[in-house]
Every structure is written in C-alpha cells, then in structure tokens.
Design a protein around this ligand. Structure first.
Ligand code: NDP
Length: 314
C-alpha cells in the first residue's frame, strides 16, 4: 500500500496485507475515535465484522482521515445468521453500505457454524442459539461469486479446524487468501501454521496478547501473557515491551497480520511499534512458551465443536 512503510505480506491474490491490523471488536462507541487515531499513526489495515456493529464507525473514521480508500486494507466478516447461500450477497451489500465503500479488500466467513436465518444476529441472554442447516462449503461458494462480481478482492475464513479447511479446499475453487484465528505465544500451533504455508493461505492471528482480553474467562487466574518474564526479558534486548515482542514473534514467523485492538492512544501507538523482527534464537524462546491454551472457544454457545482437531481444544 502506498505510504505504508512497515511490513506487508503478499496474499495468494497478489494483494498485500499490512502486518499490523487494527481490530474493532468491543467498545463499539469508542471505535470511531480509536480507528481515526490508528489511521493518523499509520495503520492501514482495519479489521471489523458485521457482528461487531463497528462498520459505520470505521467508515466515518476512514472518510474523515482523508486517506484514499485504495490505501486502506479493510476486512469485514460474514455473520453466522447469513450463511444461507441466498443471504450471502445481501449480507455483503449491507456491510459495503455501512462501510461506505464499493469493495472489500477481504471478506471472511466469521465462523464455520451457521445460525438460523433471519435478522436476529445473537439470541438474547439465556436464549439458546438455533443452529441453521447451511453447509459452510455452500456458504463459501456464494462468497466466491462476490470475487467474480468485484465486491470482494479476496475471501477467506476464520475459526476453522484443519479438517474443515481441508474439506473446503477439496470442494471449492478459490483457495482462501487468509485464515484468521486465535494465535499467540501460549497457543502457537506450529503444525497448523505449516499446513497454511503449504497451501498458500496467509494467517492473521487474533487475540495476539492471549488472555489480555477481559472477556475470556479461561486464563483469568494466571499471569497475563504480555507480562510473561520471558517476553519482557527478550524485549530488553530490543528496547521493546512484552506486548511488542508478542507481536514481533508473529511477524517474524511471517504468517501473521496481527490485530491488537485498543481504545487507549498510547497503546495504539506502542502496538504499531511491535512491527519488527526477532532474532532466530528469540523466536525459539517464544516458541517454548506454548501452553496450548485457547481462550476463545464458543463451542457450547454456538452449538458446534470448534477446533476439534487442533491444539488447545477446551
Ligand atoms: P487482544 O489480544 O488484541 O487484546 C485486546 C485487549 O488488550 C484490549 O482489552 C485492550 O484494552 C488491551 N490492549 C491492547 N493493546 C495493549 C497493550 N499494548 N498493552 C496492554 N493491553 C493492551 O485481543 P482481542 O481478543 O481483543 O482481539 C483483537 C482483535 O482481533 C479484535 O478487535 C477483533 O478485530 C479480532 N478478533 C477476531 C475474532 C474472530 O473470531 N475472527 C475473535 C476475537 C478477536 P484497551 O482497549 O483498554 O487498551
């Protein structure tokens, strides 16, 4: 991207994705200002999703920034209630409208699990989710049409297991450009990462700070990943924090466009400075921190056995 001087990774479409993206999940009201600040500091990769409700805020921040649309990489995600092949284009159109743009750089299927069709995105508290009967392969085939029509420059998936990804590769024509899933030094999944590399699928890590996010119950009673003494020790060598080392670890492994969201300006700036490379010996030290600990697994709520064949299955 023009004007973006930090690391970018090539996707299998030929497009480039900036290594550090800005996530917009949670704190919906704070996101417009946070995205504006991120753009001002040089971020050019914004990650939103239909379910986050942050697409309109992202659009406002992008418009106000004066940065040309073509210089910003925008990802959004198809929500589970729109998996029916007849609903996919409508859902994409709604996202395009809220984002005030006529194309997406990347459209991801947020989860492989369908919910019942309809306007209800999430059941009310205590209501059970009603699973839908769409097959993610058919959903993905409907997404492929959005590439053909030019509405999406690239498509991909999120939160898939290896078996689900293998089936998708076998039964569809477009190799996903990106797979976005939870990955951090406590859940490093080296074999799964190698599998992506062999298929030309770029990995975007989410929750790169592991159990930093207050919403994750699992991991509440242990120390924060970003305060892990191994990370802070390595950081001393480079004049960086533990959080920045966690980001650099992903970038050095080359399989990540990591997404540290924050509504705190100082952290937004610091996270952007996590774009640097670690020496091989330090990558090894971070690899050794793996605890196979996954913090985000909504299998019970979504009524789907996520990550069944992967490390860190809860
Ligand atoms: P993170 O690991 O990025 O943690 C974010 C939390 O860390 C926030 O509470 C933020 O708080 C805090 N934080 C950010 N920077 C720092 C820092 N330098 N030092 C200390 N604390 C910091 O995880 P998330 O789980 O929020 O994931 C990030 C993004 O990934 C989301 O916004 C979303 O875009 C994407 N995502 C995608 C998912 C998917 O299913 N595809 C699932 C989960 C996330 P504060 O704002 O107060 O600074």
């Amino acid at each position: 991207l023009v004007g973006y001087t930090k690391t970018q990774f090539a996707l299998n479409t030929g497009a480039e994705i900036p290594a550090i993206g800005f996530g917009t999940w949670q704190d919906k009201e704070a996101q417009e200002d946070a995205v504006a600040e991120a753009l001002r500091l040089g971020y050019r990769h914004i990650d939103t999703a239909r379910i986050y409700g942050t697409e309109p805020g992202v659009a406002k921040a992008v418009n106000k920034s004066g940065i040309p649309r073509s210089d910003i990489f925008i990802t959004t995600k198809l929500w589970n209630n729109s998996h029916h092949p007849d609903d996919v284009e409508k859902a994409c159109d709604a996202s395009l409208k809220d984002l005030q743009t006529d194309y997406l750089d990347l459209y991801l299927m947020h989860w492989p699990s369908p919910f019942a069709r309809g306007d209800k995105m999430m059941p009310k508290k205590d209501d059970k989710i009603i699973p839908g009967d769409s097959d993610y392969v058919d959903t993905y085939k409907a997404m492929e049409k959005l590439v053909a029509s030019g509405k999406c420059r690239a498509i991909g998936v999120s939160n898939f297991s290896k078996a689900e990804l293998e089936r998708l590769l076998k039964e569809t024509s477009i190799v996903p450009a990106v797979h976005q899933f939870e990955m951090h030094p406590y859940l490093s999944q080296p074999d799964f990462a190698a599998f992506h590399k062999s298929k030309g699928i770029h990995i975007t890590q989410y929750s790169p700070f592991g159990n930093q996010n207050e919403i994750y119950d699992k991991g509440k009673n242990m120390g924060k990943l970003i305060d892990d003494p191994a990370l802070t020790d390595i950081g001393r060598k480079y004049g960086k924090s533990g959080a920045q080392v966690a980001l650099a670890w992903g970038i050095t492994n080359g399989h990540s466009a990591v997404i540290p969201k924050s509504k705190t300006p100082a952290r937004i700036k610091a996270n952007f400075e996590g774009d640097f490379k670690l020496d091989a010996e330090d990558v090894k030290k971070v690899d050794a921190l793996d605890k196979k600990m996954r913090f985000n697994d909504p299998s019970e709520t979504f009524r789907w056995n996520f990550y069944a064949d992967l490390d860190g299955k809860n």
